[in-house]
Design a protein around this ligand. Structure first.
Ligand code: CA
Length: 358
């Protein structure tokens, strides 16, 4: 029996004899938080650090968070297995990295032609999103919470200009999630590498291009040193959310206040992380341009191909009842939110920007 199993068994045994509340409820505890992010990855690592710091503060130190960045305990994409197996207690990641475990995880990060950050929050907190996230996570013994959003991600970096759909033929490109399947349909050879490994792959010529996040995080990663063209709007990640997932058995051992500290921290981190990216992107884009990067947008014909292939990819997994249930809920909520936002905020900002010349 490993230490963790022993402690769980001890806690259960104590409760069963009616002597006292489980030991964990009384004492201090360290939770191991594994992340998909290297410590140098701007924004996403900051979000994980925010969660670690805030949980400790909100629990008066009864919980200590041992943050292990990618590679420090397990690899970037091994965090899911680490938490479901009990090797670690929590992960901070983006759930589309785990579509191999279940395709429905994509919706709790992002899908091509999917929701913006505001739209996914509407669905998550006041629609069925959080309930469905918990239903999916519970299959794997996870208690999952949205914990951040990068805002709309950029189309990415290329060494050749994209003038038509044919330019994707044979292109070796880095992209995660269902967006990767869309580019594969257009003829690209798509790989999903952890963010911390992309610079090396691109500079060595193993990749022809990559997407990462947006101007601020991409500049920090240094892609402007090795790629010439930057497409600002992408189809693939319109508002990708990050997830803080806790081993559910561990979560059930925590006090209600500790559980609430984790859930509330995740919610606070969601807004804090989104505004960090959105605040920093404009200045970073200007710096990239001043360094000679060519800032471009995909032609309409390419957008049309992205749209067609995206709809096909989204329908590929509808044989799975839970995937279908999540997809249906997501699409209804997205249409409702989008219609209202366009009518209200969209109309307002169009008039404001026209009158103020923004
Ligand atoms: Ca990305």
């Amino acid at each position: 029996m490993d230490r963790r199993s022993f402690l769980r068994a001890s806690a259960a045994g104590t409760a069963a004899t009616g002597l006292a509340a489980p030991a964990y409820a009384q004492g201090n505890r360290t939770l191991t938080l594994v992340t998909t992010w290297g410590r140098g990855l701007a924004g996403v690592h900051d979000s994980a650090q925010f969660c670690a710091d805030r949980i400790e503060q909100m629990t008066d130190g009864s919980l200590t968070i041992d943050l292990r960045a990618a590679g420090e305990l397990v690899g970037a994409f091994e965090v899911f297995d680490a938490v479901t197996s009990g090797q670690a207690d929590m992960y901070h990641s983006a759930d589309y990295y785990f579509v191999g475990q279940h395709p429905g995880f994509a919706f709790f990060a992002t899908v091509p032609f999917g929701m913006t950050a505001q739209e996914i929050n509407n669905w998550y907190y006041h629609g069925d999103g959080q309930t469905l996230h918990h239903e999916l996570g519970s299959i794997f013994g996870l208690r999952s919470f949205l914990t951040g959003n990068t805002g709309p991600q950029s189309g990415g970096w290329f060494n050749t200009e994209i003038r038509s759909v044919e330019d994707f033929q044979g292109l070796r490109y880095r992209m995660p999630g269902q967006g990767a399947e869309v580019l594969a349909k257009l003829g690209a050879s798509v790989q999903n590498l952890p963010g911390g490994e992309v610079y090396q792959a691109l500079s060595s010529g193993a990749l022809d291009g990559t997407e990462w996040i947006g101007p601020w995080a991409d500049e920090a990663a240094g892609f402007q040193e090795i790629a010439r063209y930057y497409y600002t709007a992408g189809f693939h990640e319109p508002g990708p959310a990050l997830t803080l997932a806790v081993n559910d058995a561990t979560f059930q051992e925590l006090t209600p206040a500790q559980q609430q500290a984790i859930e509330t921290t995740a919610m606070a981190s969601n807004g804090w992380t989104l505004s960090m990216f959105m605040k920093n992107n404009a200045a970073a884009l200007a710096r990239l341009q001043s360094q000679g990067v060519q800032i471009l947008e995909f032609p309409d014909e390419v957008w049309d191909a992205f749209g067609q292939a995206s709809q096909e990819v989204l329908q590929q997994y509808t044989d799975d009842p839970l995937y279908k249930k999540i997809l249906d809920s997501y699409q209804v909520s997205m249409r409702d939110s989008a219609a209202w936002i366009e009518t209200s905020e969209g109309a307002y900002t169009a008039q404001r920007d026209r009158i103020l010349g923004i």
